[in-house]
Design a protein around this ligand. Structure first.
Ligand code: OGA
Ligand code: MN
Length: 300
């Protein structure tokens, strides 16, 4: 049986049925998934049953796996899952709900800011595949913004202004948005300030998208006050309700998104009460976004 593609909105987010991702994919199914992924940006696969290896095997179809432990492990002891799978749960090593002062808790609160994954890395994330093994009964949704539709809705003058801009991303900028002032050892491991293009164009569909995240802090060649105002304005523009899809999780949903043309954020839930066991495989983008666009970085 061919897979079933059920759009949620005409060009954003789709549910995929009649597919078991634990099995190796045939060429036809793979082509249909790949096609849907590039059209909809967010795909929901309900009712999957995946171990770490199966999760990673599916992710690998989209490119190389990002090593989430590399350079930036908020709590080195907390490797509950296989290498290559990021722990996005609220659980400690024994699988119990974390304590209020857990380091991982402080770190993961950052997922509640609008972002796209790993833009603070020189080579950012291309695709993220998040598997919801245990879900919170109330709250804990994940919300997505369609950055292609947000781009399309900008006035022409703004599009022209943004076309060749390069934005400086760093985990310290998103941390500052959260109110952290003491960054501790976060800048270690090669996670400094990195340049990313403001506008990305899909090599597959040709569609342009705004490329922003809470990690964005400065714009090369622009005074900081002006850059901050512009970034805030664009984040507000892109997260208007008309560009959003809110995913209410069912247990065993696998949701994947294209980090090149969407932003996302986790919604709050009672994290000291409910177990929310979420695991993410992340596919890396292979080369820096500026290199892909052929944009040189002017000195900051
Ligand atoms: C992520 C993320 C949000 C959530 O896994 O990259 O931002 O709802 N998750 O868990
Ligand atoms: Mn994320």
């Amino acid at each position: 049986m061919p897979i079933r593609v059920q759009p949620i909105y005409p060009d954003f987010a789709a549910e995929i049925g009649d597919i078991d991702l634990a099995q190796p994919l045939g060429d036809q199914d793979w082509a249909a998934i790949d096609e849907a992924f590039h059209r909809y940006g967010v795909l929901v696969f309900p009712d999957q049953s995946l171990d770490g290896d199966q999760h990673l095997a599916f992710a690998r179809r989209f490119g190389p796996i990002e090593d989430s432990a590399k350079g930036f492990a908020p709590d080195n002891a907390r490797l509950r899952l296989a290498r290559g799978i990021a722990d996005v749960s609220n659980l400690d090593l024994e699988g119990k709900v974390w304590s209020p002062d857990s380091k991982a808790r402080g770190f993961q609160l950052g997922n509640q800011l609008w972002h796209t994954d790993s833009t603070f890395r020189v080579v950012p994330a291309r695709v993220s595949l998040l598997y919801g093994c245990a879900i919170a009964p109330v709250g804990g949704q994940t919300e997505f913004a369609d950055m292609r539709a947000a781009y399309d809705a900008l006035p022409d003058g703004m599009k022209a202004k943004l076309e060749d801009l390069v934005v400086e991303h760093s985990i310290t900028y998103s941390r500052a948005r959260m109110g952290y002032v003491d960054f501790g050892p976060l800048d270690q491991g090669g996670l400094g300030k990195v340049p990313q293009v403001m506008i990305r164009r899909s090599e597959r569909t040709g569609r342009a998208a705004l490329y922003l995240a809470a990690h964005a802090g400065r714009i090369y060649g622009m005074p900081d006050v002006e850059a901050k105002a512009l970034i805030d304005e664009l984040l507000a523009h892109a997260t208007q309700r008309r560009f959003l899809y809110l995913h209410r999780w069912r247990q065993n949903d696998l949701v994947m998104w294209d980090n090149r043309c969407t932003m996302h954020r986790g919604r709050p839930f009672e994290d000291l009460r409910w177990r929310r066991d979420f695991r993410r495989a992340t596919v890396s983008d292979e080369i820096p976004s500026c290199e892909r666009r052929g944009l040189a970085v002017a000195a900051a």
